[in-house]
Design a protein around this ligand. Structure first.
Ligand code: SF4
Length: 426
């Protein structure tokens, strides 16, 4: 098979993995059988580097042959798709060629399981190793790791890759067992724990190497201070498929919160289920709404950056277990906790400010800074480009106080909900 044909097949096969892409990308339509990659041409997707830069990655599978039978996956063993397999050298060469032409800044590499998890993982490691050691490749490498692979292979993967990820796939063991019989959450979490331990060891080592030279300072034997061990500096991430099983948003976010707390994951990606050809009858016939995926990302953001606890988020589901679609989770929380508002922008704590709808983390920082020397007015919020319309019913400032009638009125939700046209975008 020509290399270009392999590229078409294996870039297309990789598009289902959201764990390197930004949220809100173009709609993935699995049934069209057209298009390569989820957000760009020829397997190139966009992702965000740890410093927030948007980078282009060559996103491909090493192979779409697979021994496993995950019902939700187009590459499962029983699937009738055209199969292809790159050699290690082909992936290395493609990456270098794309990189030299300035098409990409890095590689996202995943694979179906061939021969054994260890063999597959070894092939992925060989690609990263050859790029780094033979070709001095300095670009970004994200390797998808195989959960059952040996710990030593994970350690090697972390030495060469910037980011490692292991897909959680589904939020509960029960549904994972039903839809992906060869996978289980214990193995996945064991691999996440191994990666986490290595990350911590690398951080400790980096600290030791930065310490002032002393008799006990690590050296490479020549008396010079040695370089710190390198292990996946961009951390680890995972992905969960949304809507392939009947787990509600509370269950999904509870799993995410556990993963963030237990393994210090950098990101949990949510991928709205999209029907695949000749799908198992245990899967829904319709795609999950992209708006649900979007609301989960918003809630995830609140957990990580807005000091919301999992309980706060769950209370935004109003007992249904599902985040509302017409309003964002922060607004839902605020409407359910009206006793905690209005918040005085000139006196409130950082934690209280972070809970105000329409006001983001950056705005909170700026407000805390500005109010040291002047009273905050509505114009300040406008200048900081905050969501003033959304914030107004929830705040007090030097020239604004929401009317009691206005704030307690039942149609506040209706007035602040996203317009129908905006909802239709999802
Ligand atoms: S292991 Fe499962 S999800 Fe991964 S390629 Fe194979 S069938 Fe698909």
């Amino acid at each position: 098979m020509e290399l270009i044909q392999k590229l078409e097949i294996l870039a297309d096969a990789a598009k289902y993995d959201a764990s390197c892409a930004s949220s809100g990308g173009a709609r993935r339509d699995s049934r069209s059988g057209r298009g390569i990659g989820s957000t760009g041409g020829m397997g190139i997707c966009h992702s965000y580097a740890p410093d927030g830069r948007c980078i282009s990655l060559l996103k491909i599978l090493l192979t779409n042959f697979c021994q496993y039978e995950c019902h939700y996956c187009i590459n499962r063993n029983s699937s009738n798709v055209t199969r292809a397999r790159f050699t290690v050298d082909e992936v290395v060469q493609l990456t270098l060629d794309f990189y030299k032409r300035n098409y990409i800044e890095g590689l996202f590499l995943s694979s179906g399981i061939i021969q054994s998890p260890d063999y597959t993982m070894e092939q992925l490691v060989f690609v990263a190793r050859d790029l780094r050691e033979k070709h001095d490749f300095r670009g970004y490498i994200h390797l998808k790791t195989i959960p059952d692979a040996d710990g030593d292979l994970l350690a090697q993967a972390g030495r060469y890759a910037d980011r490692l990820s292991i897909n959680m796939e589904l939020p509960t063991q029960h549904t994972l067992a039903a839809l992906a019989p060869e996978k289980d959450h214990r193995t996945i979490k064991r691999s996440m724990a191994r990666i986490h331990v290595r990350e911590e060891e690398a951080k400790e080592d980096a600290k030791k190497c930065k310490e002032k030279p002393s008799v006990s300072a690590p050296s490479d034997g020549s008396g010079r201070r040695r370089k710190a061990q390198r292990f996946a500096p961009a951390g680890q991430s995972t992905q969960m498929i949304i809507g392939a099983d009947d787990s509600n948003d509370t269950t999904i976010l509870k799993t995410s919160a556990e993963l963030y707390a237990g393994f210090r994951l950098r990101r949990v990606y949510y991928s709205a289920f999209s029907p695949i050809p000749e799908a198992s009858i245990s899967l829904p016939a319709k795609p999950a709404p992209l708006l649900r995926e979007h609301r989960l990302y918003q809630a995830d953001w609140l957990l990580r950056f807005y000091e919301f606890s999992p309980q706060d988020i769950f209370s935004a589901t109003e007992g249904s277990g599902m985040l509302p679609l017409d309003i964002d989770p922060k607004l839902a929380w605020a409407l359910n906790h009206r006793d905690q508002f209005p918040v005085d922008l000139n006196r409130a704590s950082k934690e209280q400010l972070l809970k105000v709808p329409g006001i983001g983390v950056k705005t909170v920082k700026q407000l805390l800074r500005i109010r040291r020397w002047q009273k905050i007015k509505l114009q300040d919020l406008i200048s900081l480009r905050a969501g003033v319309k959304k914030a107004m019913p929830f705040i007090v400032c030097a020239d604004h106080h929401p009317g009691t009638r206005d704030f307690s009125s039942g149609d506040l939700r209706g007035r602040l909900a996203a317009p129908a046209a905006q909802m239709a975008l999802f």
